[in-house]
Write a protein that binds this ligand. Structure first.
Ligand code: LLP
Length: 429
């Protein structure tokens, strides 16, 4: 399923990509994103949780495929507008929805300025919005009292989570809404990221109960995100048609009860983009530390933080042939012996290791033997990859490239040294 070596992605040579754009570079295959969107087209609305991958070229691709967008900050609203999403549309479908547990002052100003629909995750947020925009329609995000994610850090339900309005406070929130003349038209549940069908399906029951409590003002219910994707052999997808059927049945029961139609939304991040994305890095050193072989790359947790944060596994492949070698001299076909390697980055921090289990325990990966100057590709990195990148160790943010119809398009230039110090000021004596 995941090859040990690769020479190209979507018909474009990886060595060519590295030569043209440098490394580390994120590469996205547009066709994969389009296929993933199509998988979910039975839902009335597919709303992309852009926190997973928010480059405006990716948002533009989503918009052209009819996907709507979620924003969790003023910055993400800015991105959605820059990608051509309208702030609001006639009727109930909102091209952009702001979903959060708080309004910082910038976000509140932005939603008011552009009349962006709001999904409130706390009573205070509802109060603040109601006092500034009485009479508006709102969505409530409810924490149903349970949750599940691929890591404890991505579980967004239950008492340990800060997310959403606690389910027992729904009545209080309906009273706050009444006081400001707000109409609760949407209900939203998102129990965690990278969960499974068993947990996801429990959400439908919770939605039916909560929607019954809100009543006939509702026009939209959202299943949230959380659909898992594949990171290694043996991982499984959720059967999206089974998942849809569960939600559709709940929706229909609620429609029966209310006597009007309900729009059913889903809000995936990971599912739409994870498998489209590759982080292309160059092996810059190979060292032997006692019995461990280390492949050290020019990409680190400043580029892909998921392994250090969650012990996440990303497939890896080697691109045969040092970059400096002429293509004609590269032997891309001879089998190579394998080696158990620890794969790490350039940062001055011991945790800068891509092969680690949750808790920071260093592991190894069976990889083809490689040489300094060859490329190593970290795969399934499109979701929460670039988006969680940082400038730690004053490393520039990576370039991003979109592959479409056999062509590589630069969609974000690598940061320059000047970008790193932009805005910094030495005070005059
Ligand atoms: N909706 C809401 C309200 C969310 O908080 C999230 C994710 C999503 C949708 C999208 O969830 P997804 O479909 O991607 O599972 N950095 C972590 C994931 C954090 C998820 C945060 N919220 C990771 O790399 O696994």
């Amino acid at each position: 399923m995941f090859p040990a070596t690769r020479t190209e992605l979507a018909g474009v040579s990886l060595r060519e990509i590295a030569r043209r754009f440098g490394t580390p570079t994120y590469v996205y295959d547009a066709a994969v994103i389009e296929r993933k969107i199509d998988d979910l087209k039975m839902f009335d609305v597919v709303r992309f949780a852009q926190k997973a991958c928010s480059n405006i070229a990716i948002l533009d691709l989503m918009r052209r495929k009819g996907v709507l967008v979620d924003a969790v900050s003023a910055g993400e609203i800015h991105r959605a507008l820059a990608a051509g999403f309208q702030p609001h549309a006639a009727g109930d479908t909102h091209p952009i929805v702001y979903t959060a547990d708080i309004f910082d002052r910038d976000a509140l100003a932005m939603v008011l300025k552009h009349d962006i629909h709001v999904n409130c995750g706390s009573p205070d947020m509802l109060e603040q919005y109601g006092s500034r925009k009485p009479g508006a329609n709102v969505t409530l995000r409810i924490n149903p009292g349970f949750g599940h994610g691929h890591s404890q850090k991505t579980n967004t339900g239950g008492e340990q989570s800060k997310h959403g309005i606690w389910h027992e406070q729904l009545d209080d929130c309906l009273r706050i809404a009444d006081r400001h003349g707000l109409s609760v038209t949407g209900l939203h549940l998102h129990i965690g990221s990278g969960t499974d069908l068993e947990h996801l399906s429990q959400v439908c029951g919770a939605m039916e109960k909560l929607a019954g409590d809100v009543g006939r003002t509702l026009t939209t219910i959202s299943a949230g995100g959380g659909l898992p994707t594949i990171y290694k052999a043996g991982d499984t997808y959720v059967d999206t048609s089974v998942y849809f059927s569960l939600w559709d049945a709940s929706r229909k029961r609620l429609e029966q009860k209310f006597g009007h139609k309900l729009t059913l939304e889903i809000e995936p991040g990971r599912y739409l983009v994870a498998e489209s994305g590759y982080l292309v890095a160059e092996i810059r050193a190979i060292k032997q530390m006692g019995k461990n072989t280390f492949y050290l790359l020019d990409a680190g947790f400043n580029n892909l933080a998921r392994p250090i944060l969650y012990g996440s596994h990303h497939p890896m492949s080697i691109v045969p042939g040092p970059l400096d070698m002429a293509d004609a001299s590269v032997d891309a076909t001879s089998p190579r012996p394998e080696v158990e390697a620890v794969v790490g980055g350039p940062l001055c921090e011991s945790g800068d290791i891509f092969t680690q289990a949750e808790g920071g325990f260093v592991t190894t990966r069976k990889l083809p033997t490689a040489q300094v100057g060859e490329l190593l590709v970290l795969e399934c990195a499109g979701a929460y990859g670039f988006a969680m990148g940082s400038n730690y160790n004053s490393k520039p943010l990576a370039a991003e490239v979109l592959l479409r119809n056999g062509q590589a398009h630069l969609i974000r230039a690598r940061q320059t040294p000047e970008d790193l110090t932009r805005g910094e000021v030495i005070p005059s004596a």
